[in-house]
Design a protein around this ligand. Structure first.
Ligand SMILES: [Zn+2]
Ligand SMILES: [Zn+2]
Length: 308
């Protein structure tokens, strides 16, 4: 392992490329940032395959090392032959003459590590790694990063809300709306990913591959049917009702230019006198929603891991 590593160079950010022998997925890690110890296995962030670190070299890295070895052998050969040529004494009656003609030097295979899309510092083992997409297993400790990514996204949303609170009204409204939209996207991406991962343990694996969390009530019903998990247990009834209302508001923003219609009134039980008005959303509402969604996300994660 270290013998090979000594011949390789990290990229500008300190990462070394890795390639899964099972799915050929490419990712990068910074050696020395995660678990400490000898002969620790490597996990593929994409398919979860576990194997010795030495089986995860990329094709480019192996080609590079092969070309270096060939160049080295070539150099050694040429040294030996040159010595033989000078040592032999053709006129003395004994000795041999070998005319050594140096050929073209063996070309070295150079490569560049690829740019990836998501950089993660594992919150369990502190390994720094980079992957395509967003979600994956930590290559060192094997923990799935979904919950960590969800929390990171919510931290960013809280920062957006802080900026909103100190901005002019027009910008403030826009930032709050964006914050809400981002919160729904974050829980949707997270919920879909976890449902997909645990689909084999659900009552209908095909359906579990495709649960939308943009409608939180629909998701709740589906999770009860498919996994026997009731996410309303994560928060109080009042909080759940507030959350449902906020998802209804978000639906208006996404599909009705934020204008209140009859189906919003039917779903929320608010006064029909509001029909035709623009929906109002406060930063505190979005802050609360983020808090509830963290609890729901954590609860869903824990309950899934309890399924035998
Ligand atoms: Zn893999
Ligand atoms: Zn880890």
């Amino acid at each position: 392992m270290n013998e090979i590593l000594g011949h390789l160079k990290s990229d500008e950010e300190g990462f070394f490329g890795r390639e899964c022998p099972q799915c050929e997925g490419y990712f990068k890690i910074q050696f020395g940032t995660g678990l400490k110890g000898e002969n620790l296995p490597c996990s593929c962030p994409y398919c979860g395959h576990k194997g010795s670190q030495d089986t995860f070299w990329t094709k480019d890295q192996l080609k590079h090392i092969n070309s270096q070895v060939l160049r080295h052998i070539q150099n050694e050969f040429s040294k030996v032959f040159k010595k033989t040529t000078t040592r032999s004494r053709p006129n003395s009656g004994f000795g041999i003459t070998i005319k050594y003609k140096a050929g073209r030097p063996q070309p070295i295979h150079y490569y560049r590590e690829k740019k990836l899309q998501e950089e993660v510092i594992c919150d369990k083992c502190t390994l720094r790694y980079a992957i395509y997409g967003t979600f994956g297993y930590c290559p060192d400790c094997g923990v799935h990063n979904s919950l960590q990514i969800l929390k990171t996204n919510f931290t960013i949303i809280e920062k957006i809300l802080m900026v909103a609170e100190s901005s002019d009204q027009a910008i403030k409204d826009k930032l709050i709306e964006n914050g809400l939209e981002d919160a729904v996207s974050a829980i949707d991406g997270y919920g879909r990913e976890l449902s997909k991962l645990f689909a084999p343990k659900s009552s209908n694996p095909v359906k579990a591959q495709n649960i939308s969390f943009q409608n939180i009530e629909g998701a709740q019903t589906n999770l009860v049917t498919l996994f026997s998990i009731d996410i309303t247990q994560a928060i109080s009834t009042i909080e759940w009702n507030d959350l449902k209302k906020l998802f209804q508001k978000r639906h208006l923003l996404a599909h009705k230019m934020g204008v209140i219609d009859q189906s919003y009134i039917s779903a929320t039980g608010e006064s029909p006198g509001l029909i035709g008005r623009k929906v109002e959303i406060s930063s505190q509402e979005v802050r609360d929603a983020v808090k509830y969604l963290v609890s729901i996300g954590q609860y869903f994660y824990d309950q899934l891991h309890l399924i035998p």
